[in-house]
Design a protein around this ligand. Structure first.
Ligand code: PLP
Length: 416
């Protein structure tokens, strides 16, 4: 059934039992524009914190669209091109995924149609311009182009939208045409696998400086960038090949805390309930987060594989609010020079906290975090932060319980 919306090769990878999948040469050719990405030692930050910990970060902001997302966008556009796809539809939150797939589509001559979450469409017009420059058509979601969008607008004409709604619109828009396919920028197994190029490189870079992380930290929206960094290290760990008992820490936003406060249950990945149920940590598919600036962390669900690992205690989960994240970002910008995207700023906050714990205990831990994107398109958010206009947005549990319970009532047999 999923072949109606996804390329066959990507579905094969989604269900794949192989341990390694080779990266085709045509994909490597595009990757070479910015890969390998640099790994830095954050000496300026270490000094400011007076920590004995060593802090490294892998920087994915050097890709042309400015984040890790082209790692999978290029692969998805390539496999679609091979199968004769003429148009790709997709959703985007902050615009990072949309600009990545627009970029990738332009390389493989595929038209791209993007449904952009309304709040970001209004707050981040420059990402829309970038997508259009790469040749994509961009619509604010909810839109009047789909039944899902029309229904939501009828209920609430001022809806700020959500990733779940935008996903439904993009899926609906691709159905009914053999040469139009849908693609997704996170959550799915094949997306996480494409991102593991980050961790493969990071392992070699760590070896070059004869070090190895004690802890790997990354922010999670749907979980793809974090999984991309830590999973190659995890593979070594479970095979007894890691020189240290490396720990993995996923950091989400307190405004959208699917793993730290949501429920592990069957739910839809989209608000329109077109996509099949998956077992994951979720806040409920109709949950609409408060308008925080980390658009990439506003998704109600989480990659099923990461959800399982969190449930088993294989990875740690933490949540930080956006004020703490922006304060960490400001210190990072002052000491390392790079203005981080709001999403990885949540990981920077956790890394700083850990480095300060090391200062108290005197531990000389090696920390590695993923700086998955730059914040050059997020100056409005930084302007609001500088002006003291941001709110911390911690989500009251009863609001989560209400949307989670709506899903439980909908599928009583599955979710006890
Ligand atoms: C999309 C995005 C995220 C969230 O998605 P993941 O799949 O969790 O990586 C985080 N940071 C940035 C910069 C993004 O573009």
């Amino acid at each position: 059934m999923l072949e109606a919306i996804f390329a066959k090769e990507l579905l094969k990878q989604e269900m794949c039992g192989e341990r390694f999948v080779q990266i085709p040469e045509e994909i490597r050719d595009v990757y070479r524009l910015w890969r390998p990405t640099p790994m830095y030692r954050a000496r300026g930050l270490e000094k400011a914190l007076k920590t004995p910990a060593k802090i490294y970060y892998k920087y994915e902001g050097v890709s042309p669209p400015g984040s890790h997302k082209p790692n999978t966008a290029v692969a998805q556009a390539y496999y679609n091109m091979k199968e004769g796809t003429e148009k790709l539809t997709t959703e985007t939150g902050a615009g990072q995924w949309g600009s990545s797939i627009a970029f990738a589509g332009s390389f493989f001559d595929i038209d791209v149609e993007v449904y952009m979450v309304r709040i970001s469409y209004d707050q981040k017009p420059y990402r829309r311009v970038m997508m259009q420059l790469y040749g994509a058509d961009v619509y604010p979601s909810p839109s009047d182009r789909t039944n899902t969008g029309k229904k939501i607008l009828a209920d609430n004409p001022d809806s700020t939208g959500s990733l779940g709604i935008a996903i439904s619109e993009a899926v609906e828009s691709c159905m009914g045409s053999d040469t139009t396919k849908y693609c997704l920028g996170s959550v799915l197994n094949h997306v996480l696998m494409h991102q593991t190029v980050i961790g493969q490189e990071a392992k070699e870079q760590m070896a070059m400086v004869e070090d190895y992380p004690d802890q790997i930290i990354g922010c999670v929206g749907g979980g793809s960038s974090f999984a991309g960094l830590f999973e190659p290290f995890y593979y070594d760990k479970i095979n007894g090949r890691a020189p240290k008992d490396v720990e993995f820490t996923a950091v989400e936003s307190t405004a959208c805390p699917s793993m730290t406060a949501g429920e592990y249950m069957y739910d839809h990945g989209d608000s329109g309930r077109i996509i099949p149920l998956v077992l994951m940590h979720t806040l409920g598919h109709d949950f609409i987060p408060d308008p925080i600036h980390a658009g990439g962390l506003r998704y109600h669900g989480m990659a099923p594989t990461l959800s399982l690992m969190a449930n088993e205690g294989t990875i740690n989960v933490k949540a930080h609010n956006q004020i703490d994240a922006f304060e960490a970002a400001a210190l990072f910008a002052k000491t390392e020079g790079i203005v981080p995207a709001p999403e990885p700023s949540h990981a920077i906050k956790e890394t700083i906290d850990e480095a300060l714990r090391c200062k108290e205990t005197g531990e000389e831990k090696t920390l590695l975090f993923l700086l998955c994107g730059h914040g050059h398109f997020d100056m409005k958010a930084y302007d609001d932060f500088n002006a003291g206009k941001l709110k911390p947005f911690a989500l009251p549990q009863d609001r989560i319980d209400r949307s989670v319970n709506r899903v439980k009532v909908m599928y009583p047999g599955l979710n006890k």
